[in-house]
Design a binder for this molecule. Structure first.
Ligand code: ATP
Ligand code: MG
Length: 381
């Protein structure tokens, strides 16, 4: 296609939802471009389903407007919107075979010759061989694909998916993530996918919106969100982050030098979302896999220009591909460090004195006036 079709854009303008005095979704502005795979990611109760239901027309927004392409659909009932939804419990018709389940939408619209379209759709989800089976004769993943085919046959401009893989075991889930991604690439329509699984969101989506308590905290490509989180919630919810309390010391060119404990840490200014007035507090972040670990006896071998912290190994878990260490340091308790299992240093056992070091380029800075534990499992518990 040469011309940019925008009829499958989803645009939310100031939409919100309140139930009595409780705000489930705060006024939200969001554009999902036509043909993209968009994920709404967040913990239970943060407002994902409510947002999706407002797009589908199943929930009336308290304020704001929903556009599909240029059309304001806010007042349209669900069946008049070019949108289909696949829910977690995909509720196929048990008495109909797979072919008829998929044909359902066409038959309801009075389409007479459905064979070609249904067959194409079954091929798309790779269930051509299963057409005459009943739903209970299929696996969970196959049933899920029937649900997708049943929705796609209506040629929606937008497909909404609310935790569609939630009922599947982990292995099948991973497989279906790739499968759904393939289908989306093939049909090229807009997918809005709701999940609380950060790995799922990152594998599938072009753009992820991280939601927290009814607000989108940050939106971006998966790697961008992961490498450059702007809030403690995003830093902790998407993977694991070490967050170290520090104080701005000086600025040197494009870098900020911070004081943490007795030592200094360097942070590129462009990777800092906090104010950097001298003396101001900043949370210095670094991902566990970016850190190298050496025994204190070898500290002399660490190249110049690296950020470094001394500490003691509190715990080491060997998990095959890597070893995950917990390091206690006077600067920060319980630092997580993941070391790829290439050559293991037998001295790196609990109790050993170590030095952690990493490139300043892998450091990010966050506003210290936030809950340092936001988005962690400890916080959720
Ligand atoms: N009809 C309703 N009346 C009152 N409160 C509601 C109603 N529907 C949802 N809520 C509240 O709104 C908030 C957001 O709900 P929502 O279903 O959107 O969450 P979610 O992000 O989809 O969570 P989950 O991952 O558990 O499905 C929750 O706190 C929920 O209790
Ligand atoms: Mg939900």
């Amino acid at each position: 296609m040469t011309t940019k079709d925008s009829s499958g854009d989803v645009r939310l303008s100031g939409i919100s939802k309140t139930y009595g005095s409780f705000t489930a979704v705060h006024p939200l502005d969001l554009t999902v471009p036509q043909g993209s795979f968009f994920a709404l990611l967040g913990a239970s109760g943060c407002g994902k389903t409510t947002t999706l239901r407002m797009i589908a027309g199943l929930e009336e927004p308290t304020s704001g407007t929903v556009f599909l392409g240029d059309q304001d659909v806010t007042a349209l009932p669900p069946y008049k919107r070019p949108v289909n939804t696949v829910f977690q419990s995909y509720a196929l018709f048990p008495h109909l075979d797979i072919f008829e389940n998929v044909a359902f939408g066409l038959r309801r619209r009075g389409v007479k010759s459905v064979k070609k379209q249904v067959e194409e759709m079954l091929d798309l989800v790779q269930l051509g061989e299963q057409a005459r089976k009943k739903p209970h004769q299929l696996s969970g993943g196959q049933q899920q694909r029937v649900a997708v085919a049943r929705a796609l046959i209506n040629h929606p401009k937008v497909l909404l998916l609310d935790e569609p893989l939630g009922a599947l075991d982990l292995k099948l889930r991973r497989q279906m993530q790739l499968e759904l991604k393939r289908i989306q690439t093939e049909v090229g329509i807009t997918f809005v996918h709701v999940t609380h699984d950060q790995e799922e969101a990152m594998t599938m989506a072009d753009t992820v919106a991280v939601m927290n308590a009814g607000r989108v905290e940050q939106l971006g490509a998966p790697d961008e969100l992961y490498e450059n989180p702007r809030t403690t919630f995003v830093a902790n919810f998407l993977g694991t982050s070490n967050l170290i309390e520090a104080e701005v010391d000086t600025k040197a060119g494009d870098d900020i030098v911070l004081k943490a404990g007795g030592g200094k840490l360097t942070l590129p200014s462009e990777r800092c979302s906090a104010s950097t007035a001298t003396g101001g507090k900043v949370l210095v972040g670094v991902r566990p896999e970016k850190i190298s670990l050496v025994h204190a006896d070898d500290a002399g071998e660490i190249p110049d220009g690296r950020n470094r912290i001394t500490g003691t190994i509190a715990d080491a878990s060997f998990i095959g591909v890597s070893t995950q260490y917990v390091i206690d340091s006077p600067i920060c308790p319980e630092l997580a460090v993941y070391v790829q299992n290439v050559e293991r240093d037998g001295r790196l056992t609990p109790g050993a004195d170590v030095v952690l070091h990493w490139s300043p380029a892998h450091t990010f800075g966050l506003d210290a006036a936030q809950d340092i534990d936001a988005g962690t499992e400890e916080e959720a518990a």
